[in-house]
Write a protein that binds this ligand. Structure first.
Ligand SMILES: NC(=O)c1ccc[n+]([C@@H]2O[C@H](COP(=O)([O-])OP(=O)(O)OC[C@H]3O[C@@H](n4cnc5c(N)ncnc54)[C@H](OP(=O)(O)O)[C@@H]3O)[C@@H](O)[C@H]2O)c1
Length: 195
């Protein structure tokens, strides 16, 4: 399939396994150069070398925690240094929650908020100016069907993914004038995460 993406640049978070890795593979097969983020350096670097070798695209791995300001700064910095920005941003990194709403301390809430919401806010702030200079782009947020309707588990996950979905809708309104499209993916969980 030719989606006319050859030569474009995509920044993907949570790209070393699972959905993020599958999306990275899909982009690379279309000739898209990649900036990939995940925390575990060795696994990410292996993925980057493998994808680059099989698809002939440039792949820059950035081992970082996107739930922190420093992590996002490192990721944005690499995209700007290596590619002068990006045309596509896929905010995918996320994690399930086991805690109940009544028992979870503030620190837990804050951690999910930083990863599911603030990572997307900070990445948009970092990447949108460069996207504008390139004439536009596309931003995708991986939320969950649970952002709209809880399935009876992972309550803090659901609350923070709902906030991500609403951030995504509002961002779409704000950057449409810059020819930037913003979408949210709301997939039904196929597995129950334990971590
Ligand atoms: N699987 C489903 O059925 C499903 C359904 C609906 C929505 N989703 C959403 O889709 C996304 C991906 O799900 P998945 O099942 O593919 O996840 P996964 O298999 O658990 O992979 C998560 C990826 O994110 C990275 N990651 C986690 N925390 C990170 C952090 N703080 N900073 C940077 N990278 C981080 C992980 O690598 P490291 O551990 O090395 O950091 C890994 O590459 C998540 O946002 C999830 O909520 C999944």
């Amino acid at each position: 399939m030719d989606l006319r993406l050859r030569g474009k640049v995509a920044v993907l978070t949570g790209a070393s396994v699972g959905i993020g890795l599958a999306v990275a593979e899909g982009f690379a097969a279309e000739g898209v150069n990649l900036v990939l983020a995940a925390r575990q350096r060795e696994r990410l670097e292996k993925v980057a070398v493998d994808i680059a070798a099989r698809h002939g695209v440039r792949v820059v791995p950035v081992a970082c925690d996107v739930g922190t300001t420093e992590g996002v700064d490192a990721l944005v910095g690499a995209a700007i240094q290596e590619f002068n920005g990006a045309d596509i941003l896929f905010n995918n990194a996320g994690t399930g929650s086991n805690e109940t709403l009544m028992e979870a301390p503030d620190e837990k809430w804050q951690a999910y908020w930083e990863l599911h919401v603030m990572a997307a806010v900070r990445l948009a702030r970092g990447i949108v100016p460069a996207m504008k200079q390139r004439g536009g782009g596309a931003i995708l947020h991986n939320a969950s069907i649970c952002a709209a309707q809880p399935l009876g588990y992972e309550p803090i996950y659901n609350v923070t993914k709902a906030a991500l979905m609403m951030f995504s809708k509002n961002l779409a309104n704000e950057v449409v004038k810059d020819n930037i499209r913003v979408n949210t993916v709301r997939r039904r969980p196929t597995i129950r995460r334990t971590s």
